[in-house]
Write a protein that binds this ligand. Structure first.
Ligand code: ZN
Length: 476
């Protein structure tokens, strides 16, 4: 049997064949030896295949040849601001031959775009409304602004936003929609919270204003509790209640005082109380000193102001707890008593001034010359009769006085001012004292008047909307 080994042996029995074979093997070995010994080997520092992210820094680590570290030249640049595959070629010259080796650097974008939602990722929406997209923005490091390519999907109460860049990197964000209304309606009174109406007149409820975050037309759903009997003097409370469609409730109340037109009775009010009232100001040099004295004595007073003097003094009156009331803007008899419209136009002017300074609309007034004045007859017969009733219809309260300090003209002496006041005080009634904070002698008499009152068991109060009106007899 001829095995392959027998045939192999037969083959080499021929010595020429054997010699040729040995020569061939030796030649190969020689070539290999030459390659190993003489052909230079370029060795790359680091990896031959490098992967970098977009905008990463590429550091060239170089290459060397054993025994000749400096002989390697580098060719090729890596730009990491552009995605792609770069070749860095290392060259080495020997025997006039150039030997090369390559490093492959791949710059990739594997980072997803920066996708940001405008607004919260959980949004409360009124149950009766639909969510309106609040917006989003997607910026990719490589592609730039790709907001217009964002894919938005709404499924029930969840919105999915997906942004994909050119390299296929994805960013996904979610927004949750919560259909819920926990916000109460805002109910506010139109008109004043405390109103005064004359018995037997007509009372028109100024009603309320309702603003709600979800519902409109809630004003139609306001429920009113309480009635005003316009024919019966008394204090009435009206409650306004409103419920929105998510059952949030709000309410507000108003007090309506039905009063006698003729509260002219000087004995009304709290007996033994002194209401210091100052007209015609404010005025620099007097009002500020009066305010200092009142502060030091811990006494509150009432200022019936005009357009005169600096705003800062009215601000101080208000800030220091006094009542800022209205006298009229011009204090000119012809201007205010020629017509009803003329009066209210002038009154509104000072009313706006006070509201602008204090933030509060004052409804407490005093007529120039008092309600009993006769000077108005020169301009309009019967105007005080009309005005005294019309101001009440419009919700104002007006106050005259039952003690005059005489400082309006007749007295120019601080001792006389003092005597005029203290000699007329009474414990049996409320004492409304007429003074003028524009007068230096009133300023100089004030401390002594307050001392007298304190030492003789009087108390001092300011006029508020709850103070019973002290009024004089109308003479025109
Ligand atoms: Zn006056």
């Amino acid at each position: 049997m001829n095995s392959w080994f027998d045939r192999f042996k037969d083959f080499f029995k021929n010595k020429y064949v054997l010699i040729s074979f040995i020569v061939l093997v030796l030649s190969f070995f020689l070539v290999f030896l030459v390659y190993v010994v003489f052909v230079p080997k370029i060795i790359i520092n680091g990896k031959e295949k490098v992967v970098l992210q977009y905008n990463d820094k590429y550091s060239e680590n170089g290459a060397y040849v054993l025994g000749d570290d400096d002989g390697v030249e580098i060719e090729g640049k890596v730009d990491t601001s552009k995605i792609g595959e770069y070749e860095v070629v290392y060259k080495y010259k020997k025997f006039g031959i150039t030997f090369t080796k390559k490093r492959i650097v791949e710059v990739k974008d594997e980072k997803g775009p920066d996708l940001v939602l405008t607004g919260e990722d959980e949004v409360n929406v009124c149950p009766n409304r639909d969510y309106e997209e609040e917006g989003y923005k997607s910026v990719d490091e490589y592609d730039g602004d790709i907001t217009d390519q964002v894919v938005v999907n709404r499924e029930d109460d969840q919105i999915t936003y997906i942004s994909t860049d050119k390299s296929g990197n994805k960013t996904t964000v979610f927004r949750k929609i919560v259909k819920e209304d926990n916000v109460k309606p805002v109910i506010t009174l139109k008109g004043n919270s405390v109103m005064y109406v004359v018995v037997g007149s007509k009372f028109t409820d100024p009603s309320v204003k309702v603003v709600d975050n979800c519902d409109s037309n809630l004003e139609e759903k306001v429920v009113t509790e309480g009635n005003v009997d316009i024919n019966k003097v008394g204090k009435y409370t009206i409650k306004y209640k409103v419920i929105d469609s998510s059952n949030n409730t709000s309410e507000v109340t108003r007090v309506v005082n039905v009063v006698n037109k003729n509260t002219t009775n000087s004995s009304r009010g709290i007996p033994g109380v002194i209401y210091l009232t100052f007209d015609d100001g404010p005025n620099s040099g007097t009002t500020n000193v009066i305010l200092d004295i009142l502060k030091e004595e811990g006494v509150k007073a009432t200022f019936f102001v005009t357009m005169r003097g600096p705003d800062s003094l009215i601000k101080r009156e208000f800030d220091e707890g006094h009542t800022v009331a209205l006298h009229t803007a011009s204090h000119n008899y012809k201007t205010v008593y020629t017509s009803v419209d003329g009066y209210f136009k002038d009154l509104n002017k000072v009313s706006n001034r006070v509201e602008k300074i204090t933030g509060v609309k004052s409804m407490i007034i005093r007529f120039p010359g008092g309600s009993s004045n006769t000077v108005s007859r020169h301009y309009n017969i019967g105007i005080m009769t009309t005005l005294t009733s019309e101001v009440l219809n419009r919700g104002y309260r007006y106050y005259d006085w039952n003690i005059s300090s005489g400082d309006a003209g007749e007295t120019k002496n601080k001792d006389k001012v003092y005597a005029n006041v203290v000699n007329n005080l009474s414990k049996k009634r409320a004492n409304v004292v007429l003074m003028h904070d524009i007068k230096p002698y009133t300023r100089d008499a004030l401390r002594k008047i307050i001392k007298y009152g304190k030492e003789n068991g009087y108390t001092f109060e300011r006029i508020t909307m709850d103070t019973p009106m002290v009024t004089q007899r109308v003479n025109n």
